[in-house]
Design a binder for this molecule. Sequence first.
Ligand code: CBF
Length: 801
Amino acid sequence: MKDIYEPGSLTQAIDFHLAHSVGKTPDTASTTDWRLALSRAVRDKLIAPWFEATNRTYAKDRKRVYYLSMEFLLGRILEDAVNNLELEDDAREALAKHGVSFADVVNDEPDAALGNGGLGRLAACFLDSMSCLGIPAYGYGIRYAHGLFRQSFDQGKQVEMAEDWLRHQHNWEFERSECLYDIGFGGEVIETGAQAKWSPSDIVMAQAYDTPVAGWQARWTNTLRLWSAKPKKIFDLDPFNRGEYMQAAAPAVLAETISRVLYPDDSTETGKALRLKQEFFFTSASLQDLLRRFLTHNGDLRALPTKVAIQMNDTHPAIAGPELIRLLSDVHGLSFDDAFDTAQNTLHYTNHTLLPEALEAWDVGLMRSILPRHMQLIERIDDRLGRDVAMSKTGVTPRIVENNVVNMGTLAFTCSRRVNGVSALHTDLMKQTVFSDLHKVYPERILNQTNGVTPRRWLHGCNPGLRDLLNETIGTEWVSDLEQLENIAPLADDPAFRKRFMAIKQDNKRRLADWVAENMNLQISPDAMFDIQIKRIHEYKRQLMNAFETAALANAIRREPDADWTPRVKFFGGKAAPAYVDAKNIIRLINDIAQSINTDPVIGDRLKVVYPPNYNVSLAEMLIPAADLSEQISTAGKEASGTGNMKFALNGAVTIGTLDGANVEICDHVGATNIYIFGMTAAEVQAAREGYVTQDYIDRSPILNEVIEQVRTGFYSPGDPTRHWPVLEKLLRDDYFMVAADFDAYWDAQRRVDGGFANKDAWARMAVLNTALSGWFSSDRTIQGYAKDIWGIDSLAGETE
Ligand code: CBF
């Protein structure tokens, strides 16, 4: 299929869509209208490669990947698509003819925040890489009407508001009103002989919305298919006729609740049930959809693994095991054993965390009431596991159903051909801890695929200055072959190159400083070190340790204002889960510390603290290119991988971090002299747990002690001196993440950073080397690993007819 516009005719396409899709004339069009017109024009360009990719996959009857994820944290789509199609100059020019700014137009787009953090953003990077590499794939997820909440601060406290990304037309998707599947809940199982039939009491429909995902230069285009919940019965006329309008609308409202909000607060029983329903909803719809597609070209469902690889992104879609078995056996007539073997050879599971509270476990009663047939199948799968365990003679006793809960990690593991961790350390720890028993029974199953990030969004798109310098210096191939960045490594010793590299950093910092001045009413100097910690707020990520260090630095400056300080601006960014009270308390403390420091004339420009509300992908795209220092300071053994750490290093920020997650591999790649590593290792953390007393560490650290005393006596909350006691109380009672134990090491490392930054040449050299040696952290490399080691799929992009 040919492109419908002549090359270079983006102007014509935009003008066409402004009139025919948006219904406006140039003189009445708002920025949003122009955005919608440009989006349509750009989307048109994706259609030909999209159809071609689909046709080629069908024509060659090739294996596809189905990536099942509760989250796709896409961020803005327009700028990324323009970037991947290399249309930026054309778009800029076309809009400029109407006096419209390209930057205003792309910034007008709300983030598609269909995810919380790392896991969801990883899924988005993987979509990009699968398209870049020509791997036939579908992303399957939920089309939440409201993505991750909008965060604001009220006197330092996090306030959550509903997010509204679909308020304007969402121009990237195609509604598939014909693509509908029934999704059942509750009811009973009717058994006749060996046959079982599930008769659900409630049924909602899953309707597909497709978004084309173009890879670099549109070499290949895959589909993101998101499911939206629709009522089976649109409207109840009887109650309406009786004047009971609310009751008449109730079935629709209840059905639509399933895809209404990302991650409902699951601290209540009703919240938990909704979450389980969401998980089943999108998993079942995706499986029904892919089986339908498979059956259009194939007859024998036992051949499914030859054409289909399903990746479960964490345990959220782990119900895929029993659901696929149910569809294959109850619906399509396979025996349980054939269905199990087929499902197991098709499914794969990625684990993203070892934190016990994040490992999903569903109450058996809840599971049975919502998914009665699945609960039966889970028990049969557990029996199969029991048989393997007995045969293995390993002496271990892993079970899926234990103490009246269904352990979803064990279920996902048992139903998968391959199980992977997301960094080398994390994968080792998986083998030693949560999955140690299962690893003994199935020693071949666990493997590692260290995460990566897409260079298209996280360098080419977000850092145009550096992009241009790289293009000029080593050509453009690095965009799809990121390890070519190594070619700039020798230039770290070239003063002229370093100067240009750092001038770009300085521009990025200036842009950020302007944004802070405009949006936060705070003046910061781009000459100071920009020290940035952006991620979800969680105790294991230790924003608290950073906050304490910030306060301690302020104390030191106040004591000796005339000493030779390295000026710093500390940035924090991130949201806490609405029900996570301890994390919300930390946010408030950070904001109070910021307020105290930023208004202290003695401290002045030596230290400033910036915490922009509503951290999201778009903000990250501005913050990361402007960073000098990247804070990756989690308690060792707790951060599965991290991906922000990779984005920062790629953009020439130097890391201060623990030997946790992918930091270990970043250190290996950029070299120990180009990173500031501190603190306990994962093994030391384990050893320190025995007899750990927080107060002992505080007593040994006068610097930390002073800060703790300040917090206790209300130094940061003068009108409300006990405000931060809950933070201290928690720390003293249970410093599980060892803030106190690592504090002094962190403080010392920060002082080494001060010295390092003061030596401009040496710092610039480190910054260049971080970019040069981070190419391995491309998600293209990660996806190549999945394709080879897990899915058994080749790229189709380079193949000729
Ligand atoms: O693997 C992607 C990311 O996933 C998490 O965000 C998660 O949700 N479990 C982890 O916390 C990160 O370490 C990891 O990089």
